[in-house]
Design a protein around this ligand. Structure first.
Ligand code: 5AD
Ligand code: SF4
Length: 346
């Protein structure tokens, strides 16, 4: 596909044309993956973050957030619960802290999860930028996948989103180290950011392609009032509808371009529409990540406003999810790690 074609697809607004785009992407997903959805239980292990990203509700500068880190015992317990519930895999996500203590903490939790499940549970990490040595220790302790979103592949836009404490090239270096260490590597962007153009999104798609990513996790930007970027943006119904649509178009284009990768239908879609996650699957996504963090912690992990499932317990979300996935004619791959086909083929 040419850049021009991608640009046209990413600019569609006519409902019939959009339907056609989503259907086309869904057919490619069916062809490569079948009517099956992989699930990962998401554990938000810590909201302590050293960074100050302009869009994010748990940025360092937001003093309204009560900070937590879940105890190792409790994380292992949740992981074992997920294993017994046949989740097949989990994601451990946290704010970004580069410290020897944090590196050792995650390493020890990984080893304990691996021992408790006989290595039978796939573990993905999403703990930000770290040194190659730390990535290697975590890989050796049992993590097989890593998610590190590039957030915006246009360095200029990236700089505007993180003016103080981010270095675009350092982030690229992290993605390269992860690849060298034989992780399944995932990245992604936010869609519909203030100041982002359709050309930026085409650039993002080319970035996914050039980096030969195994997994894509991306979602629409949703304002948070206590952040520099979200402050003052009025979130109307029309705004939500447009952000959801922008997210779906991008999922569909990613599926058409990259074909056999894992693409998450993310929580941000669900935050914008009750059936947002299902729509993401019908536009080419094949992974969902239900939140299995103990509900008591969830208020502390509001990356954006209106993040869903604040109260819903993990067991409830599991049943709810099964029903919803079945309602669109897809089946959950229980007890399978759901590795990226793209990675397997490399
Ligand atoms: N809207 C949407 N996504 C966000 N993230 C952080 N803040 C927001 C927001 N306001 C995403 C970032 C980050 C991931 C954990 O959450 O892409 O990588
Ligand atoms: Fe921290 Fe990640 Fe939020 Fe940035 S997006 S402030 S690194 S948790």
């Amino acid at each position: 596909m040419t850049d021009l074609e991608l640009k046209e697809l990413l600019s569609l607004t006519d409902p019939a044309a959009l339907r056609e785009l989503y259907d086309r992407a869904y057919r490619v997903k069916l062809q490569y993956i079948g009517p099956r959805v992989s699930i990962r239980g998401l554990i938000e292990v810590s909201n302590i973050c050293a960074k100050n990203c302009f869009y994010c509700g748990i940025r360092r500068g937001n003093h309204l957030v009560k900070r937590y880190r879940i105890d190792a015992d409790e994380i292992v317990e949740t992981a074992v619960w997920a294993y017994e519930q046949k989740f097949g895999s989990i994601v451990m996500q946290s704010g970004e802290i580069e410290s020897p203590e944090f590196a050792a903490f995650i390493e020890s939790v990984l080893k304990r999860i691996s021992a408790a499940t006989g290595g039978g549970l796939g573990v993905t990490l999403s703990c930000g930028e770290q040194s190659p040595e730390v990535y290697e220790r975590w890989r050796n302790a049992g993590a097989t996948r890593y998610l590190l979103r590039i957030e915006a592949s246009n360095p200029e836009l990236y700089r505007r989103l993180h003016p103080a404490d981010h270095d675009f090239n350092a982030r690229l270096e992290c993605l390269r180290s992860l690849r060298k260490l034989d992780y399944q590597v995932g990245s992604g962007v936010m869609i519909g950011l203030p100041g982002q153009t359709v050309d930026d999104l085409v650039h993002d798609l080319r970035f996914f392609e050039e980096f030969d990513l195994d997994m894509i996790g991306m979602g629409p930007y949703i304002p948070h009032a206590d952040t520099p970027l979200g402050h003052g943006i009025e979130v109307t119904e029309e705004y939500r509808r447009r952000q959801l649509e922008a997210g779906l178009r991008m999922i569909a284009c990613t599926r058409l371009l990259l074909r056999d990768v894992n693409i998450a239908s993310t929580t941000a879609l669900q935050a914008l529409g009750d059936d947002g996650r299902e729509l993401g699957l019908l536009a080419g996504g094949n992974v969902v990540m239900p939140n299995i963090t103990e509900t008591g912690y969830r208020k502390g992990y509001q990356l954006y406003e209106g993040k869903p499932s604040l109260e819903e317990s993990s067991a409830e979300s599991r049943d709810n999810l099964s029903r919803r996935i079945a309602s669109i004619g897809e089946t959950i791959r229980w007890a399978e790690p759901g590795d990226s086909l793209h990675y397997a083929a490399r």
